[in-house]
Write a protein that binds this ligand. Structure first.
Ligand code: SAM
Length: 276
């Protein structure tokens, strides 16, 4: 039977349906440039996701592009991606990588080592608010939308104002990571979902990486809440993969030992939504 979604064979497809998704991706050669952004994803992971949800040459959108994990993954997978990122500092880092690196035999290596014939990156990043920019695209422009939105809010997990280096747009209302609370965040996710639904080709996928949180002393299943919100915009929730990268695992923190159970949340939810 013709494979309508990707270029994997039956066993590769089957392997990818496991709801537990463990990877071992050590930092790659662009990591030292990307790490200034505190919430990066491995390009190798993004390449695997892209390879499942698209065919070679198809166009992917990442509306919360950061320093370009998805765009670099698209290069590794032989696809093209368009990224949108609010913070010009992150766009600049991606541009630097795009100018100085090439894909070569499944790796990102400095252009000088790759040789003159190595292909320049096809993926582009633009700077601005995705909610405004997406309105300018025609319906059904993208074969997949694969993204890692901010999933904090102004008051983080503790109730105190968050001081992390990746929320550098802290005064910018347009930043999804800068909402007053998670209800306000989900309102923004719904607005994004409506645009995403319009821009996707039929029967194609919106894939989001969303971490659950610990908030005011309770577990907040943010992955579930985001998926339920996106269902309101027309998407069907086809599944979740629980992902963790063993290679970059941080030490477990001793929260409330001998007193009360508090999890070390080491996984992220990969939410798989389909336009049907
Ligand atoms: C979790 S990070 C993405 C990191 C990315 N996956 C990478 O590997 O570099 C989310 C990004 O969304 C950006 N962002 C937040 N609100 C935005 C908006 N309205 N439009 C575009 N980008 C936005 C933030 O500046 C942040 O860099």
């Amino acid at each position: 039977m013709e494979n309508r979604l990707n270029e994997l064979n039956g066993s590769q497809w089957l392997y990818w349906t496991n709801s537990i998704y463990e990877t071992f991706f050590p930092p790659d050669r662009t990591h030292f440039l990307r790490k200034k952004h505190g919430a990066i994803k491995p390009p190798q992971l993004m390449a695997e996701i892209i390879s499942f949800f698209t065919k070679s040459g198809e166009l992917i959108l990442d509306p919360f592009a950061g320093v370009g994990g998805t765009l670099l993954g698209a290069e590794l997978a032989g696809r093209r991606a368009l990224g949108i990122e609010l913070n010009p500092e992150w766009v600049e880092i991606y541009q630097k990588i795009a100018a100085g690196y090439r894909e070569f035999k499944g790796e990102l290596i400095p252009a000088v080592e790759a040789g003159e014939n190595a292909r320049r990156f096809a993926s582009k990043m633009i700077c601005g608010d995705c909610l405004a920019i997406l309105k300018g695209f025609a319906p059904q422009t993208f074969a997949a939308i694969i993204t890692d939105p901010p999933y904090g809010c102004k008051h983080g997990s503790t109730g105190f104002k968050r001081e992390t280096n990746f929320n550098m747009n802290s005064e910018d209302e347009r930043d999804f990571g800068n909402c007053e609370d998670y209800d306000a965040f989900l309102v923004k996710i719904e607005a994004f979902g409506r645009e995403a639904y319009r821009l996707l080709m039929p029967d194609r996928y919106l894939v989001l990486l969303v971490g659950d949180r610990y908030y005011h002393g309770e577990y907040l299943p943010l992955g579930y809440l985001v998926a339920e919100t996106l269902r309101k915009t027309g998407f069907k929730w086809k599944g979740t993969r629980i992902w963790w990268n063993k290679a970059t695992q941080r030490r477990l923190k001793p929260y409330a030992i001998n007193t009360c159970f508090i999890p070390n949340i080491t996984h992220q939810n990969i939410l798989i939504m389909r336009k049907e």
